[in-house]
Ligand binder design. Structure first.
Ligand code: ZN
Length: 252
């Protein structure tokens, strides 16, 4: 019923518990899970996990925080991984001016190159943007492609602009935080037809589990909060956000 569009079961914290965590998620009604890559090693691992479990999918890509050493060989491997039927997107890719761990020109070059690869293979993109929404927007607008803004934390106005150029908005744990006015505003004002839900686990654990390790099953709390904010039934939030994800990622 629930589609968790962004997890890191490929992370050190979760990888070795993946069997238990996936079973627990299933017990909570999470039918579909995406494992997102952020560098070559984590992308390979995401593909491996996607091939171990049914209805678990992978995205492959190099994130802005991990792109300093990216070479043509890396792009070649990312492209090769796209031939696996369980790989549903290129990502997470984007710009991160919060950590600013890689020069911005390099971040942009790696981001644009991976968008080109995704376009060539007609596969969507999963965007990581932090403190870089304006530059991210201009690159995506020019790309004329499709995808999702993962763990979106920008303004409502910015979210509307992303939707206008073909990108959905995925909400994570912060929407459940008591003082998180902006994510709650986004949940209220962006139409359910453009929303997805995710945990980005092991990070960003939702209320009431803040401080504990986050896991895929917790996506239920994101859906619950959106249902409350939009005055909708939680089942409808689950069903429609899952539909949106399946449409974007081409999953039957
Ligand atoms: Zn992530």
């Amino acid at each position: 019923m629930y589609f968790n569009t962004h997890t890191h079961l490929n992370s050190e914290e979760l990888y070795h518990q993946r069997d238990v965590l996936i079973k627990k998620a299933r017990d909570h009604g999470i039918t579909d899970i995406i494992v997102a890559g952020y560098d070559l090693q984590s992308s390979r691992l995401a593909v491996k996990i996607a091939n171990e479990y049914s209805r678990v999918y992978a995205t492959v890509g190099i994130s802005p925080n991990d792109c300093l050493e990216t070479t043509d060989e890396c792009y070649k491997e990312i492209e090769e991984m796209l031939s696996d039927p369980n790989v549903v997107a290129v990502g997470e890719i984007g710009l991160d001016y919060y950590w600013d761990s890689v020069p911005r020109d390099k971040q942009k070059a790696v981001f644009i190159k991976q968008i080109e690869i995704a376009k060539k293979h007609d596969i969507p993109i999963v965007i990581h943007a932090r403190d870089a929404y304006e530059d991210t927007f201009h690159i995506l607008q020019q790309s004329a492609h499709r995808g999702v803004m993962h763990c979106y934390s920008g303004s409502v106005e910015m979210a509307k602009r992303f939707v206008e150029v073909g990108f959905d908005i995925s909400l994570a744990g912060p929407v459940t935080f008591k003082n998180a006015k902006i994510p709650k505003d986004v949940a209220m004002k962006i139409g359910i037809d453009h929303l997805m839900i995710e945990t980005d686990c092991p990070y960003l654990t939702p209320h009431p589990f803040r401080g504990k390790l986050n896991e895929p099953a917790n996506v239920v709390y994101i859906a619950q909060e959106i249902a409350k904010l939009k005055d909708m039934e939680i089942d409808d939030v689950a069903r429609i956000t899952a539909f949106n994800a399946k449409e974007l990622f081409g999953i039957k």
